[in-house]
Structures are given as C-alpha cells and as structure tokens.
Design a protein around this ligand. Structure first.
Ligand SMILES: [Zn+2]
Length: 424
C-alpha cells in the first residue's frame, strides 16, 4: 500500500467527528477531547512530514521489549501477580516483529515459568502464588511461542487437567481460580490451554457452550456473565472459546458483526471497548481480532457475499490510528495520545496491527500493509494470538501424547464407567 493517501489526511476527515446534537454529557465532553488530541497529533505529523508515510518504530519497540525481559521499573510492581502475562506480552510482540529470542533468554523464561507452575496444576501469577486461569493461559502461550522441548516439557498436563476440573462449575462456567470470580475470560483461557496441550475433552466443557451463548445480549456482543453490558474483551473471549469448541455458529453472528463493526471509531480509526466509550489501542486486537473469527464462521455457514481480500472493518483506518497515535517515539505502544506506554498495550496494538495487515481464509492470503513494506508484522493466529506456525507446532507436539486419564466429573459418565469396568 505504498503511496496510498492517508484517510486521516483527507479533506472530509473532520466530518467524521462526533456531534453531540447540543446535548453535552460527561461522555460527549471526553469524546471531543480525545478527538481534538488526535487532530493535533495528525496536524503535527503533517507539519513535520512532507510525505505522509507513517512508520512502525521497529527498532525502538525492539529495544523497549528486550529490556523488559530482563528488567522492569517500579511501575510494574502492581503486576506482581501477572508475571507470566509480561512474558507473553513481550514474547508475542517480539515474534510479531520477527525478532528471534536468544536461546539463553528463552531458557531463562522457561525456568521462571516453571517456578510459577503450581504443585496442584496450572500456573500462578508468580512463584509461590495460587494457580489462576489468566496466568495459566499466558504461561502456556508464552511456552508455545518459545516452542522448544524444554518449554513444552514444563507443562504438567495431568495436573493442568486437574486444575481445570477444580475451577469448573456445575452450570458449565469456570471460576478464574478456586474460590474466585466467574466470567467468560475463564472459559476462553481454559479452552485455549486445553486445546493447545491436547487435554480437551467434551466432558470438561459440558454445558460451557450454552453458558457462553447466554452471554450474548441484545446489543449483539457478549458480556462477562449473562445479563451485563457487551464488552470487547469478553466478546473476543466468548467467541474464540466457541470457535475452539466448534460451536461459534450457535451465536447470532450477524448481530455480533453489527455490534463489533460499530465499535470502530469514525474519526479516530481505532476501536472502543463498549458503546459510548473512548477509543483504546488494546481493542485493536480484542475487537478487530473478532473479524477473522466472524469472517470464517460466516464462510463456514455458506455466506456468499464475503470478500476474498479483506476483513469487514476499515483495515487502513486502524493501521493509521496505531501508527500515528499509539506509538511512543522511544519504543512501546499505548492506549491513546497522552497515555503512557506499557507491555500490555504494546502486545495488543501490535496484534491488532497484524490483524489489519493480513487477510487469511483457507488458501486465500491478502496483505494490506499501510505506507511501507517495513511496517509489515508477522501474522497472528486469530484464536490463540500467537503466530500460526507456533500453534501448529504445539498441536503437533501435544497430539502425539495421550489425553490424560484424569477426565473426571462428580458423577462419572456411564460410558466411561462402563469402559473402565472389565465385566461390562
Ligand atoms: Zn487499553
């Protein structure tokens, strides 16, 4: 897409700005403030650059990420219970930038994550903490990105299955940790790690599908638990979990599509997480990442009007937002202009940028890299958000191993009980 005029430089771009119809609210004031800050960013960029070709600051991001693997500032103290997440955010950002991870660093990360693994299965937010589904997801993803024998061998699959059973609820949902809260993130984290490591059994996810389906509300998106407001992060988790379980067609796909495409902001080009909220760089993945899932789901349903070249959102506008508004000049990406960088937003801005650059459906692959070829990132897997070849490699490795026999439930399945009884 070299030389393609920028959408946000066009004459009529300001016509996309928010109109409050004379009704001023806290929300409308905030929305206008954000639009003005973005307008300013665009104007400054115009003044400095005669050729509008926004660049991905690869080297700066690489340096920021590399440093983060070894040293974190005091500001990260609050994430002491999310340390496997930091590993995942940084390793995934590096793989998107196609920067190899040195073997010694990879091995150190493996050893650290092994210390986060709980003796009762699953991974905790840090050594000595209790197992929790979110860091379990992050740790398994990080280990699959590393993709070495050492990395795969760290995961105790039998105990991981025990842990998943310990957080499974009678109504099909999962709690995030023993005694913890229920929301649809947990179903996704459980389905993701179970499918990657080949411990997924229908029994483990019994009633989970109907529970997730109940999270889709009148807006079309999904909420954290049935009956609440639709939200980008939960919608991604619920939809991706259903894709893993092969039941995404049971959602109202058209209503979901309408909801998610309406979350792309007209002026900013990025996505908001919920109706009437502000744009935020991390929703570049949580929302835009839904479009590949929806595209493929509708394709499977035999929808004939689907494009063979692009997703159903404005891919260029999202790339413009990320490249112009979400990059810290010294490396790292962020929510919106004026916010500070962090590894979470770096990971999800880059993941969203990758989704906006690569269209992929069966054997069709179409790239749409804004402004210069050097901005190209590696593609990401729309369900697991790690690079597709790492998903394939993990599946290949773990599918050679048998599914652990700890597939228990409070009331044993009659067929399983019969199979275990040599007399029957
Ligand atoms: Zn955010």
């Amino acid at each position: 897409m070299d030389g393609v005029p920028l959408r946000c430089f066009s004459e009529d771009h300001s016509e996309e700005m928010f109109v409050d119809d004379g009704v001023e609210t806290v929300t409308s004031v905030e929305q206008k403030k954000v639009e003005h800050s973005i307008e300013e960013v665009i104007n400054v960029y115009k003044q400095i650059h005669s050729l509008p070709q926004p660049a991905l600051l690869r080297e700066q991001h690489y340096q920021y990420l590399k440093k983060g693997l070894r040293h974190l500032s005091d500001a990260y103290e609050c994430l002491d219970a999310s340390r496997p997440w930091l590993c995942f955010w940084i390793l995934h950002s590096l793989e998107l930038l196609e920067e190899p991870i040195p073997t010694t660093v990879a091995s150190d990360v493996c050893q650290f994550l092994s210390r986060c693994q709980s003796p009762t299965g699953g991974f905790a937010g840090g050594p000595g903490q209790h197992a929790h589904l979110a860091p379990t997801y992050a740790a398994v993803n990080a280990l699959c990105i590393i993709g070495s024998e050492e990395a795969y061998n760290i995961i105790d699959r039998e105990k991981l299955l025990d842990f998943l059973w310990s957080v499974k609820q009678p109504d099909g949902s999962f709690v995030m940790h023993v005694g913890g809260e229920v929301d649809v993130r947990s179903a996704y984290c459980a389905a993701s790690v179970a499918s990657l490591t080949n411990i997924l059994t229908p029994r483990l996810f019994e009633d989970t599908i109907s529970w997730i389906l109940r999270c889709q509300n009148w807006e079309g998106g999904l909420s954290g638990v049935p009956g609440l407001e639709a939200h980008g992060g939960y919608t991604f988790c619920g939809t991706a979990a259903l894709v893993i379980l092969g039941k995404e067609h049971m959602l109202d796909l058209k209503a979901l599509l309408r909801w998610v495409v309406s979350r792309q902001m007209r002026f900013e080009g990025g996505f908001q997480g919920r109706c009437n909220k502000l744009v935020d760089g991390c929703y570049s993945f949580w929302q835009a990442g839904l479009l590949p899932l929806l595209h493929r789901a509708l394709f499977k349903e035999g929808e004939t009007e689907l494009s063979r070249q692009r997703w159903m959102f404005e891919q260029q506008a999202l790339q413009e937002y990320i490249l112009l508004c979400c990059q810290n000049p010294t490396g790292g990406l962020l929510d919106k202009p004026g916010k500070s960088r962090d590894f979470y937003h770096t990971c999800y801005c880059l993941s969203g940028l990758s989704v906006a650059q690569h269209f992929w459906n069966l054997d069709l692959h179409h790239e749409r890299v804004l402004s210069r070829e050097e901005n190209r990132l590696a593609p990401t897997h729309p369900v697991y958000n790690i690079c597709p070849e790492k998903v394939a490699q993990a599946l290949q490795h773990f599918h050679r191993l048998p599914v652990p026999s700890g597939d228990r439930a409070s009331d044993p399945h009659p067929a399983a009980a019969a199979a275990a009884d040599p007399q029957s």
